[in-house]
Design a protein around this ligand. Structure first.
Ligand code: ATP
Ligand code: MG
Length: 564
């Protein structure tokens, strides 16, 4: 993204703050942001907003943006997630500054800072059980009570914390807490836990640690270590900011980062919670994290989204502090816009009906040249071959035409005795309809008009133009028609049901008899097309020259806004 383009951003209050900071030389004139994913799942479209904001901001102000894995919960984290996050960020087109960073790389320093707090009388080892600690914490309307362990001596705390570190306690037996104020109106300041015992191997540090810092303790200090100037996170951390600042102000940290919050991206007709997305994967509702119906970055990629379309979408929605739900139609419009100009056109018949051109000899091939893009000559021409055996879309034939509602309302496709133009080729006329024993139409006997190649027919008018392929010259393929995963705009919006109750049963319809025009033979994975009259499609990475698999990215027009 060029600076030019990013300065067109509609609203971005963070940029306002940064510009003021730069003017007032707040962080010595530098801008350092970070994207801090927890490697406990794949990134989703909400993360894309955060990525575009953090990396985009650094780009805009010639600053730096770090990638830091916030890896303080080893039980839920894995290398698989780390790898997927790295590849998603790269695919989106962003580069982090310097090495990939890990919160776990700071565990030694964080430990020393915890000891520092103990030595200052600002942290203590507490033996309350998790249930007791909850009780002591009070509520929004009631202050908490001091833990009976709050007044342990510094020496005792140092020795207990060391024992915690040395693995001498079981999980949950005790924890290190900051000593702040059990009556603070902000519950996050009621002696929050800063270290807990976890006898778990860590994907980066192995078995070195059996105590792990809590997010609130690790995050701000990691920001300080890295010299982050603007630590941008989502609004649910607003109430944590006083704690973020408390640690920064009570520790000998090398820098004073500041936290700013913006509103999360919520998209309708989907969910953006890693936990719930994981449930869809674990319960095999979808075929994995990168199932094309998932709002994950890897799912969108497999669905056929381009990095540009996702970045454009993030630009369009802006960055504010007000919560709102963005319409999925906006994301779909972003990819439609992109592919309208960038995707070559092709024809694919998804549910074929056989058409025999009775006046064309067997074995004859006739080739037509069609533009790859109607508005972009630079994309060149493509060759489409016609033979006696043609396939058209079942939907493009009707035995009995519907009664027109008005003068303009007219059947634009094929019907017995009627004519249509085969896109880019001849006009054909349907002379006979052949049915099977069940009474289903299985074949049409048609004639083509040899005088209509690039010319209007004499004395009659075709109903319209339809897409088609030659049976012999086309490429068999499996077309996966994807649609939205949920039928409800807000799958999580009703307490009386689970998001699992509003899955769209038609979110995937597999059409195995489809046939695409010749040019799609050996189409590489992720190549994208507009199939004329059908929508935008992308070749699935599981596709091979023996078995072409094509995913529908999005329909040509928004079919949801009208029906819902
Ligand atoms: P989830 O709630 O899906 O589990 P998370 O916030 O726990 O997400 P992290 O890996 O901690 O996931 O997120 C990394 C960064 O992405 C954080 O700074 C977080 O604020 C941001 N982020 C996560 N979800 C969204 C969202 N929906 N919109 C914008 N930013 C988000
Ligand atoms: Mg998180």
């Amino acid at each position: 993204m060029s600076n030019n383009e990013s300065s067109l951003k509609p609203t971005n209050f963070i940029h306002q703050i940064i510009e003021d900071d730069l003017k007032n030389n707040v962080h010595g004139g530098s801008v350092v942001t970070r994207f801090p994913p927890e490697p406990n799942g794949y990134l989703h479209i909400g993360h894309a907003k955060s990525i575009c904001l953090n990396f985009g901001t650094a780009e805009k102000y010639q600053g730096a943006c770090h990638l830091r894995f916030d890896d303080t919960n080893p039980e839920k984290e894995s290398q698989e997630y780390i790898d997927s996050i790295i590849s998603d960020i790269q695919w989106l087109g962003y580069e982090w500054t310097g090495e990939i960073r890990y919160t776990s790389a700071y565990f030694d320093q964080l430990y020393l800072w915890a000891v520092h707090l103990i030595k200052e009388g600002k942290a203590y080892v507490c033996d309350l059980s998790p249930e007791e600690a909850r009780e002591y914490r009070g509520s929004f309307s009631e202050p908490g009570k001091n833990s009976p362990y709050r007044d342990r001596t510094i020496e005792e705390n140092l020795s207990l914390f060391e024992k915690m570190k040395n693995g001498e306690f079981a999980e949950g037996e005790c924890a290190l807490r900051a000593k702040i104020d059990m009556a603070a109106p902000n519950m996050n300041l009621r002696d929050p836990m800063i270290y807990r015992i976890l006898h778990t191997n860590h994907h980066q540090t192995g078995d070195k640690w059996c105590i792990y810092p809590i997010y609130d303790f690790a995050h701000g200090q990691s920001d300080a270590i890295e010299g982050i100037t603007h630590s941008i996170c989502t609004l649910e951390f607003e109430d944590h900011r006083p704690l973020y600042d408390w640690f920064i102000n009570n520790l000998p940290v090398p820098a004073k980062p500041r936290q700013y919050e913006f509103s999360r991206l919520e998209l309708n007709y989907t969910i953006t919670s890693k936990r719930k997305l994981k449930q869809l994967v674990d319960e095999q509702i979808v075929a994995g994290w990168n199932d094309p119906r998932m709002p994950t970055i890897s799912g969108l990629r497999r669905r056929g989204y381009t990095p540009e379309s996702i970045r454009r979408f993030c630009d369009m929605i802006g960055v504010t502090r007000s919560n709102g739900i963005v319409d999925m139609g906006m994301l779909e419009a972003a990819i439609r816009d992109d592919l309208d100009s960038s995707a070559p056109r092709a024809m694919c018949v998804t549910q074929p009906l056989k058409v025999t051109l009775t006046n064309m000899a067997e074995g004859v091939e006739e080739w037509f040249e069609l533009p790859a893009h109607p508005k972009d000559e630079s994309m060149g021409m493509r060759k489409v071959g016609l033979t006696r055996n043609v396939l058209i879309e079942q939907e493009d034939f009707i035995e009995e035409k519907p009664v027109p509602k008005n003068k303009k309302d007219k059947w634009k496709r094929l019907a017995p005795g009627d004519s249509v133009r085969l896109r880019g080729a001849y006009v054909i006329t349907c002379n006979e309809v052949i049915k099977n024993e069940a009474g289903e139409v299985i074949e049409l006997l048609c004639t083509y008009d040899p005088a209509t190649n690039g010319a209007n027919p004499e004395g009659y008018k075709p109903n319209g133009v339809i897409h088609w392929v030659s049976e012999e010259l086309s490429v068999p393929c499996e077309v996966r028609m994807y649609d939205r995963l949920f039928t409800e705009a807000n799958p999580d919006g009703d307490k009386n049901r689970s998001f699992m109750d509003c899955l769209n049963p038609e979110s995937l319809v597999v059409l195995k008899e489809a046939r695409a025009e010749t040019g799609l033979r050996d189409a590489p994975a992720e190549s994208r097309y507009q199939f004329e009259r059908m929508g935008y499609f992308s070749v699935d990475p599981d596709s091979s020259s023996e078995h072409l698999i094509i995913n529908r990215t999005v329909t040509l027009r928004d079919s949801w806004s009208k029906s819902n």
